[in-house]
Design a binder for this molecule. Structure first.
Ligand code: ZN
Length: 164
């Protein structure tokens, strides 16, 4: 196959945090006083990873594939959307080499949930958990994230050409 053997991708997302919503990261529900507001389930990490893998393959962005104006994506399970998007990436001839992510929120603490989050992403992206890493950070009480009003996620991935 011609063309490059590797492609890098970057995704970023932010959701407001409000009481009465679930706090989801890559489909893992974390006990929290507030959760992500969103048209879908609001899973900020799933959305950042979806944009990273789609962008690496040069295919689309999450808003193009799953427009919020389309009623079928209301309250959608964002991990189903990620699997669907990654299916397109695979059809285009790519596999995931590795994925690295940062989630920024003041609370809850993410470390106890990290292994579950890594396993969830690895299963969706057809790699081992060792190929996926997730770091939790606070915003040192600065700005809206620091006040607990929002959660932010960034994901970087490397795709490599799948063996034919
Ligand atoms: Zn989002």
């Amino acid at each position: 196959m011609s063309g490059p053997s590797f492609r890098i991708g970057l995704g970023r997302d932010l959701h407001r945090l409000v009481p009465g919503r679930r706090f989801l990261l890559a489909g893992v529900e974390i006990p929290s006083e507030s959760g992500e507001l969103g048209h879908s389930d609001g899973d900020v990490l799933a959305h950042a990873v979806t944009d990273a893998v789609l962008g690496a393959a040069g295919l689309a962005d999450i808003g193009q594939l799953f427009p919020p104006s389309d009623a079928q994506w209301k309250d959608a399970d964002s991990m189903v959307l990620l699997r669907r998007a990654f299916g397109l990436v695979r059809e285009a001839g790519w596999r995931l080499s590795n994925l690295d992510c940062v989630v920024v929120c003041e609370k809850p603490k993410l470390l106890p949930w990290r292994d579950a989050i890594r396993a969830s992403l690895a299963a969706a992206l057809d790699v081992e958990a060792a190929d996926v890493f997730v770091k939790g950070k606070t915003n040192e009480k600065v700005d809206a994230i620091g006040e607990g009003l929002a959660v932010d996620a960034t994901a970087v991935c490397l795709l490599e050409r799948a063996k034919p």
